[in-house]
Design a protein around this ligand. Structure first.
Ligand SMILES: N[C@@H](CCC(=O)N[C@@H](CS)C(=O)NCC(=O)O)C(=O)O
Length: 252
């Protein structure tokens, strides 16, 4: 029995949902409503003490961290393989997973300011305190504190953009003569980085532009043409309900 606790189109949920779709693996979808802070509820914290999505539960064992989950899926369900067999190419793939993880921090700063800040800022003081107290990870708690009281500065946003552009530049070099990030082998590297470029497109980020990064934008289009990608982006897949208003009902 395979269950995926996920947040729909959040970056890390997308990574795992796409990995499962590429392999046509059946699983039970358990939507975790981040808008009501269900991921900080005692029930969810029992399977993921970091209070983050996603979590894969396989025959009763919880596996956390999206990149670890993706590799686990490829270990247990090897067909079709999503990691190169050649050790050098596999190392290259892991380098990109690490790059996506580091860059996610910067993309998160942009996301928090653009999407979450208006909602968190509008909460009353006691609700802000409740969310911060419920958040188990100090780094994430600090992020909530920042957006609750003014948000990231223009300078911090510019630094986050800079780091994101640096990664897009490295991807551009890799994609100039190649359809996929690791030479001709479609892999977890493509999946993990696509989750980020998809978020950049949602953010309407100016740097995500074909005039600046034609190779990356071309690759992003190739990704979107894959049936598995189109399937996970379809509204309502994996029983993802339409997003509701922010509330704190999930904190228990
Ligand atoms: N890749 C890491 C990070 C996961 C992560 O950052 N998840 C975000 C969504 S992309 C989340 O749960 N955010 C909710 C929060 O920080 O409160 C993991 O899978 O543990």
């Amino acid at each position: 029995m395979l269950e995926l606790y996920h947040g729909g189109l959040t970056t890390c949920s997308k990574q795992v949902r796409l990995t499962l779709r590429e392999k046509n693996i059946d699983y039970v979808s358990r939507f975790v409503d981040l808008r009501s802070y269900e991921h900080y509820g005692s029930q969810y914290l029992r399977i993921n003490p970091n209070g983050l999505v996603p979590t894969l539960v396989h025959d009763g064992t919880a596996i956390i961290n999206s990149l670890a989950i993706m590799e686990y899926i490829d270990d247990v369900f090897p067909d079709p393989p999503l990691r190169p067999a050649d050790p050098k190419l596999r190392a290259a793939m892991r380098r990109w997973l690490s790059t996506s993880d580091i860059t996610h921090m910067s993309v998160m700063t942009l996301t928090y300011n653009a999407f979450l800040k208006p909602e968190v800022e509008a909460l009353g003081e006691s609700d802000k305190q409740l969310i911060m107290a419920a958040n188990p990870v100090p780094e994430r708690r600090e992020r909530i504190r920042r957006i609750a009281y003014g948000g990231y500065s223009a300078e911090e946003e510019a630094r986050a953009m800079d780091m994101t552009a640096f990664t897009l530049g490295q991807m551009e070099a890799a994609l100039i003569n190649s359809d996929w990030i690791v030479e001709s082998e479609y892999s977890l590297a493509d999946i993990s980085l696509f989750a980020l470029t998809h978020r950049l497109s949602e953010l309407d980020a100016e740097i995500f532009d074909a005039k600046i990064f034609p190779g990356v934008v071309g690759w992003h289009k190739r990704m979107k043409a894959r049936p598995a990608v189109a399937a996970i982006l379809e509204p309502g897949t994996d029983e993802t309900p339409p997003t509701g208003p922010t509330n704190l009902s999930g904190i228990t």
